[in-house]
Each structure stands twice: as structure tokens, then as C-alpha cells.
Design a protein around this ligand. Structure first.
Ligand code: TH1
Length: 826
């Protein structure tokens, strides 16, 4: 490494040899096969070649990362710290090749060695360190932060086991541990010398120091070490690389020899193992906190290690603490890392001896918070007792924040005494709970929602009191997705067709897709567009035949519903319609003219009974329909197991109709909706989350919206929603529900799905499935009619793609950078 160049943006670390890039890449691969992996270069297997290629790319990434860090340092830029309990990066190989501009070189190098790039890329097993949209959003944002050259860092947890691997066995979801590290790690650097202590439990000692100050310290704490594991996120062809630092828990007890001296050697080792459990597994609950002690430990573990890193970098500058917010912003992805607020207070007050007022002034200018959900059961709360036991000093600090906050609120709203109970950071009832969203709002200078509609709901209902108190904090940042992964990488032929017509600038300026619009009237472009789409559908059909043994027609309408299973996402509404179509085919052959392939995918939280039951229902319906000879090619239903980023990349480019049918007011944004539309699928969806903005951009005539609006949902509920009325009035719906309840799809266990119907008819149908059924059926008929006119459908498809520019994560991150973070590219 050449140090005389440090700080110079143009500085490159060791010059690459003057050979052809493909040749030098091949030499690197062979070197890694031999020296890093210890294998014979004569006949490496595919997995070995994949790993050697990954290591060769890591070499290039780390060089660029060091140079990027020097740039940030020398410019003394304000830094962004993005804290998230989840990241879902997906497979790295193709993404990194594209970003580094080495795709063709890799293809050539591998061909030389007798391998195909596609086969080698298929060897990669993705890190599933997130549940769904929230974690994937964090990864799209890192990609954009790197492409925009922002001085940013992602911080998360290095779970040894990510989201479970889902198997479907006899129609049921079965969970298997996801041992993503079993093949070794080829993308990251484990920094075993680089550890921070994290302290839990213990008691708070209050004492008075020589200057007469009241001091607080933690005694008898348990210490666990956090070890950094770094992964590199390159910007798109800009030589800039960011770091995603994931913390792995390591025991500190090696240093405690006394432990071993007691003679209980095995006991001591067991304790060591227990410490390392903290980062063992990702909690598999999407939008439903489990309230387990280990989860709170994980949150604090991430926060404590990260804040130590931030403070260490800040101290190196040697400037006053009140400059912290000018030089740093800490972004909280949901409330999961919100304990960062009392942790920074603790460091400033207890360790740096700032006054409370000074410390609070700094905190509130340093943190920003994104809310991702309004589901009441997803709002995170912790039992106060648990908090006190695990983080006694932090609870004291939260109480003091609350005391001062409520004091101010009382003065601001002297005539509304009830507001105090509503906004308190601690819910006081039979039991006491710490409300993490209230903590996050009170401790941040910015609170944003993730779509225009969602941000309005925050202001008008969920956080209305806070909006009255801090109106200036609330803002919207509509989610976005990275076009590098979600078009260029997952749909290379469509990307190529686009680039051929409008050039490659869309990759970093997605609004350029608008330039495609003149071509929607060109017959040649039409044909090429539909050929690419059909080829993608052929590939997916092959995959389905391989994995599920089901033959589907590539020419049929591919109707796709892939996302986490949750009742509010209403996979159940979809399957009710599938059954209605099935009944039409049986009762009046000829009435259904558009052949359809239904594709479902998604995981249910292992403890979420109804979500798992709906997966089982879909598989039972699929079996009945796929084996009924009267149906033939008109209808096929497929459940693809283990939906993940890798699988999404296969499915999305082959989709005609994208199902985004959550109950209005419940999906904060959705990001799958954007991925499908960007790839030319047409949306059938509700007036919810980002669907509304997608409609505004692509045009109402280019998607199919249906169903109640969110205020209608609220009105219907408050007037006393009676789902039975819909059942009684709609004979087609009645037949469908009676079949499910009567065991039509579960002949050997006739009562199996009765509770699904019960939840709709007798338990209030919380998600308004029956209220929206009829308008969904009509809209589905519109979609089928539209599909019959293939030229018109192609036009809609092209217009969707060309008008999706707004939904780039580059646009979203640029808004965060300008409006919230106050940073610009280096
Ligand atoms: C999701 C939201 O459901 C989705 O609408 C949104 O597009 C996405 O976040 C990104 O903004 C959420 N995922 C989680 C996961 C947990 C807790 C809350 C949410 S909200 C664990």
C-alpha cells in the first residue's frame, strides 16, 4: 500500500499488472485456489472456483475500500451511520462483478478454465440476515449510498444463523436451520483483533466524586465482546466502496482466568458458549416482536458496539462533543436499535461528564428514525422489569428523559391531561412497558414514514400527539429499490434491450427510463420486449418443473404473490379467488378463457399459526386443482419453497401480474411492488402504501387498483363491520367458503381448514377479506381481459417500466442525504 498518496482521490493501491484484465483475474483465481483454499489448480470443482473468484473480487474491493476511507477521512466529511438489526444483501457475486465492471472478464476467465459464469454464480448461498422488506431496504440503501459516494457505514449483527430455510413437506412449512457460514466466508474480513466490550446486567452504583458530582456506574456487569466482520458494498463503477460492519459475539471469559481456577473447566466453557449465543440467530418474526430477553440483548449488543466505534472515530478528531451532530448522524432503521439513544446519553453524561442538558442537546441532533409499520402488534414495547434487569442504567436514563419530556408536554398542553399517558415513554397499566417508538421520536430530530400514504397515517393517527408536539420532525421518504440488482442483474436481457435503445445512464439515473416511452409505439421494440419476457417465463417454467414437478405453460398469465405470509397481506384473498376461478371452470367450461399460472412464495413466522395454516391451504388447493383433469392447462397453482432474494431474482422478471393486495392502511410501503413494476409486470393492488404512488407515476390505466380505501376501512370498522353480510349476499363467495369449511380441499381431514373460514365469518375478519372480495374478482376479470390483447398488455408493461424511475433507491437515499442527514458525496 502506498502511503504517500493517502488522501488523494485518484490514489490507487498497488497497480494491476499490465496484462489483460481477464487474464489477470484468472491468475488471481488460480492463486486463490491454491494458496487460500489449498486445492489443486488442475481440477478445482465449481464451489472452489466460486470461492476463489469471490476472494479475487474481495481483493479488489478492499483496495477500493481503503482508498474510499482515506477520502472520507481527509475531507473530514460528516458521516452517516445506518443501524439495522437486519440486512438482506442477497448473493454478492454478480452484483460485485457488475459494480466493478468485471462481468465480461470473469466470463472469459472462467470459460478459459472450463466453467460457465452462470453455473459458478449458482454456487453462492445468500446470507439471509433479514426477514423481508425491512432488511432488503437496508441493503438497497447501502448500494445507493455507495453509488452516491456518501460517507456512510452500515452496522448490523453477524448472525450465525439467518432466516430459516423453508421446506414444504406434505403441504406444510417446515423450518430448517440456515447455516449460511458452513462453506466459509469469502466476502468478509473477520477482524479478530478488533473487539469492543458490551456490558449487561449488574447494578447501578451512585456515588459522589471529588468535585462533588453525582456519578453513576455499573457494577458486577456481564461483559461480552463484539467482534467486527466487514463486508464491502461497492458503488456502481465509481471505485467507491462502503463497509457493512456486522458484529459477532465472542466470549470475554478467556481473560478471566479465575473462572478456570475454580476447577470447573467444563462449566466455564459452557458459560463461554452462552455468551456467544447473542449473535447466534436472527429472530424470524416479521412485524411481531417476540419480547424475548435475547432479542433485547441483541439490540443492545449492536448498539453498544456501534456507538463505541462512532465515539472512537469522533475522538480521533480531537474536537468538542457539541460538534458530534455536525460530524455524525445515526439513523435508526425502525425502533430495533433505539436503545442507542439512552446509550449515547449514558456515555456523554456518565463517562464524559457532560451535563444532562448538554448531552440531550447533542443526542436529539444526532439521531434520525424511520418508522416502517403501523400495525399495533408490531410497535415494539419491552416489559420494564426486563429492561431494569438487563440494562438498569439505561432504564434510569429513559425515566429521566420521560420526566423532562412530560414536564414540557404538560406546559404545552395544560388543558389536555390525558395526553401525558398517551405519549409517555412508559406505558403504565397493570404492567409497565417501555415504548420504543416513543423513545425514538422524542430522541430524534427526524421521524419519517416510508410512503406518502404511510407518513400521513403517522401524522394523523398513530403518532398524532407527537405530531402536535414536534410537527417539524415528521417527514416522508418513499422507499426505493436499487436498479442495479432489481433490473440490471436479475433481468440482464431486458436491461440489455433498454440500454440498446436509451444508453446505460439509467443504471445510475433511473428517471432516464422515460426515454423508452417513444418506443412503445414501435412494433420492433414491442416484439423484442415480449420476446424477452417470454424467455424469462420459459426459464421460470423450467425451474418450476425441476423443483415442483409441475408443468406450466409459459404463454399463460403468470400471476405472482410472493412476500412474507401475514394475514394483512391477504394471500387468503388471492386463494379465495383462485378457488372461484376453479369453480367457474368446473361449472361452466368456456367461461374462463385466459389460462393462468398462480405462483405463491413466502415464509411464515414459525409461531404464527394462521399464516402457516394459509400456506397449507394454498398447497392443498394447488394439489386439488393441478390434479383435476377438467382443469387442464387453464389453471395451475404453484408454491415455490424458500422464497429469498435469490428466488425473487428468478421470479420477478417472469411475472405478468403482481399481487399487492394488503388491507388498505396496513402495508407501510411495500418494495416488492416496485421490483415487479420496474421489470414490466402489471400491478393488481389496493390503495395502500407505495401502490398509490406507483399508480400516480404509471397511470391509473396501467395497473388494476381495487377495494376499500383506508378511511373506508376505518369507517366500516367503526360502524360495525359484518362479514356475514358479504357471505350471504355473494353466492360465489359463499360456495368458496363452504368448500373450504366442508373439507373439499382436505378430504382426509374434513375439518382441517374450518378455522380459516371461522376467522372470516365468526371472528370479525380483521383484514376485511370478505369486504374486498367482489371488487377483487372484478378487477381480476379486467386483468384477464387486458391480457387477451397482447399488444395492449405489452404497451402497459413497457409504460410501467418507463415510468418507474422515481422508485430508485438512489432517489430515496439522495432525499435522506439532503433533507435529513445533511451530507453529500465525497
Ligand atoms: C416492512 C413493511 O411491512 C413494508 O411495508 C415496508 O416496505 C418495509 O418494511 C420497508 O420499509 C417492515 N418490516 C418489518 C420487520 C420487523 C418489524 C417491523 C417491520 S415493518 C421485524
Amino acid at each position: 500500500m502506498t502511503s504517500q498518496n493517502s488522501g488523494n482521490r485518484k490514489s490507487r493501491l498497488p497497480e494491476a499488472p499490465a496484462t489483460r484484465p481477464a487474464e489477470s483475474l484468472k491468475q488471481d483465481i488460480l492463486r486463490h485456489v491454491l494458496y487460500s483454499l489449498g486445492r489443486d489448480t488442475e481440477r478445482p470443482d465449481r464451489q472452489t472456483v466460486f470461492r476463489a473468484l469471490a476472494l479475487s473480487l474481495r481483493d479488489r474491493l478492499v483496495e477500493k475500500w481503503i482508498a474510499s476511507q482515506r477520502d472520507i477521512y481527509s475531507r473530514s466529511s460528516k458521516r452517516v451511520y445506518y443501524l439495522s438489526l437486519e440486512f438482506l444483501p442477497g448473493p454478492f457475486l454478480r452484483e460485485n462483478l457488475i459494480a466493478l465492471g468485471l462481468e465480461n472478464e470473469a466470463r472469459e476467465a472462467l470459460t478459459d478454465m472450463g466453467f460457465g459464469l452462470d453455473d459458478v454464480a449458482d454456487e453462492e448461498y445468500e446470507p439471509g440476515l433479514g426477514n423481508g422488506g425491512l432488511g432488503r431496504l437496508a441493503s438497497c440503501y447501502l448500494d445507493s449510498m455507495a453509488t452516491l459516494r456518501l460517507p456512510a457505514y452500515g452496522y448490523g449483527i453477524h448472525y450465525a444463523y439467518g432466516i430459516f430455510y423453508q421446506l414444504i413437506k406434505e403441504g406444510r412449512q417446515v423450518e430448517r436451520a440456515d447455516n449460511w457460514l458452513r462453506g466459509g466466508t469469502h466476502w468478509e474480513f473477520e477482524r479478530s483483533h478488533y473487539v469492543h466490550p458490551v456490558r449487561f446486567y449488574g447494578q447501578v452504583r451512585e456515588w459522589v466524586d471529588e468535585q462533588g458530582r453525582l456519578r453513576h456506574s455499573l457494577e458486577n456487569a456481564t461483559t461480552v465482546m463484539a467482534m467486527a466482520c466487514d463486508m464491502f458494498i461497492p458503488g456502481h463503477k465509481n471505485d467507491y466502496v462502503l463497509n457493512m460492519r456486522l458484529w459477532a459475539a465472542k466470549t470475554s471469559r478467556e481473560f478471566e482466568f479465575s473462572f478456570f481456577n475454580t476447577g470447573d473447566y467444563i462449566g466455564a466453557v459452557e458459560e463461554k458458549i452462552r455468551d456467544e449465543n447473542i449473535s447466534m440467530v436472527l429472530y424470524p418474526n416479521d412485524e411481531a416482536p417476540e419480547g424475548k430477553e435475547l432479542r433485547l440483548k441483541q439490540q443492545f449488543f449492536l448498539v453498544s458496539a456501534t456507538i463505541q466505534d462512532i465515539v472512537r472515530r469522533f475522538r480521533k478528531k480531537g474536537i468538542a462533543w457539541d460538534q458530534l451532530p455536525r460530524k455524525n448522524v445515526i439513523h435508526l432503521n425502525e425502533t430495533h436499535p433505539a436503545v442507542a439513544i439512552p446509550e449515547l446519553m449514558r456515555i456523554l453524561v456518565d463517562e464524559e461528564l457532560l451535563t444532562w442538558e448538554e448531552a440531550w442537546y447533542i443526542c436529539v441532533r444526532t439521531f434520525a428514525y424511520t418508522n416502517h409499520t403501523v400495525l399495533p402488534e408490531a410497535l415494539e414495547v419491552w416489559p420494564e422489569d426486563l429492561f431494569r434487569r438487563l440494562l438498569p442504567r439505561h432504564l434510569q436514563i429513559i425515566h429521566e428523559i420521560n420526566r423532562r419530556f412530560l414536564h414540557d408536554v404538560r406546559r404545552q398542553f395544560p388543558n389536555d391531561p390525558n395526553i401525558l399517558g398517551r405519549v409517555s415513554l412508559v406505558h403504565e397499566g397493570e404492567s409497565r412497558w417501555v415504548r420504543m417508538s416513543h423513545l425514538a421520536i422524542v430522541g430524534s430530530f427526524s421521524v419519517n414514514g416510508v410512503s406518502a400514504h404511510h407518513s400521513e397515517i403517522l401524522k394523523e393517527s398513530v403518532f398524532h400527539d407527537f405530531y402536535k408536539i414536534f410537527p417539524e420532525r415528521f417527514n416522508n421518504k418513499t422507499n426505493g429499490i436499487t436498479p442495479r440488482r432489481w433490473l440490471r442483474q436479475c433481468n440482464p436481457t431486458l436491461a440489455w434491450l433498454i440500454t440498446e435503445h436509451i444508453g446505460p445512464e439509467w443504471l445510475t439515473d433511473l428517471a432516464q427510463l422515460k426515454k423508452l416511452e417513444p418506443y412503445v409505439n414501435s412494433e420492433g421494440f414491442h416484439r423484442a420486449w415480449m420476446e424477452v419476457r417470454l424467455r424469462n417465463k420459459h426459464k421460470l417454467a423450467e425451474y418450476i418443473r425441476d423443483k415442483n414437478g409441475i408443468t406450466v405453460m409459459p404463454e399463460s398469465l403468470f400471476d405472482v404473490h410472493v412476500k412474507r405470509f401475514h394475514e394483512y397481506k391477504r394471500q387468503l384473498l388471492n386463494v379465495l379467488h383462485v378457488i372461484a376461478l376453479y369453480n367457474r371452470i368446473r361449472s361452466s367450461p368456456g367461461s374462463v378463457t385466459v389460462p393462468r399460472t398462480y405462483i405463491f412464495g413466502g415464509k411464515a413466522a414459525p409461531g404464527y399459526y394462521m399464516a402457516k395454516h394459509i400456506i397449507r391451504l394454498i398447497n392443498s388447493v394447488a394439489y386439488t386443482i393441478n390434479t383435476d383433469p377438467r382443469v387442464g392447462d387453464l389453471l395451475k397453482v404453484v408454491f415455490l419453497q424458500n422464497y429469498c432474494v435469490t428466488l425473487a431474482e428468478r421470479i420477478i422478471p417472469a411475472t405478468d401480474l403482481s399481487e399487492q393486495i394488503s388491507t388498505a392502511g396496513m402495508e407501510a410501503s411495500g418494495t416488492g411492488n416496485m421490483k415487479f413494476a420496474l421489470n414490466g409486470a402489471i400491478t393488481i393492488g389496493t390503495h395502500d402504501g407505495a401502490n398509490i404512488e406507483i399508480m400516480e407515476h404509471v397511470g391509473n390505466e396501467n395497473l388494476f387498483l381495487f377495494g376499500l380505501l383506508s378511511h373506508e376501512v376505518n369507517e366500516m370498522r367503526s360502524q360495525g363491520y359484518n362479514p356475514r353480510l358479504f357471505y350471504e349476499r355473494d353466492s360465489e363467495l359463499r360456495e368458496v367458503l363452504d368448500m373450504i369449511a366442508g373439507g373439499f380441499f382436505s378430504p382426509s381431514e374434513p375439518h382441517l381448514f374450518r378455522d380459516v373460514v371461522e376467522s372470516l365469518l365468526n371472528h370479525g375478519d380483521r383484514y376485511m377479506v370478505l369486504a374486498d372480495f367482489r371488487s377483487y374478482v372484478y378487477r381480476q376479470q379486467d386483468a384477464a381481459n387486458a391480457f387477451m390483447d397482447q399488444a395492449a398488455w405489452a404497451r402497459m408493461s413497457m409504460l410501467n417500466t418507463s415510468r418507474m424511475g422515481f422508485f430508485s433507491s438512489d432517489r430515496a437515499v439522495d432525499e435522506y442525504a439532503k433533507d435529513i442527514w445533511g451530507v453529500s458525496g465525497v
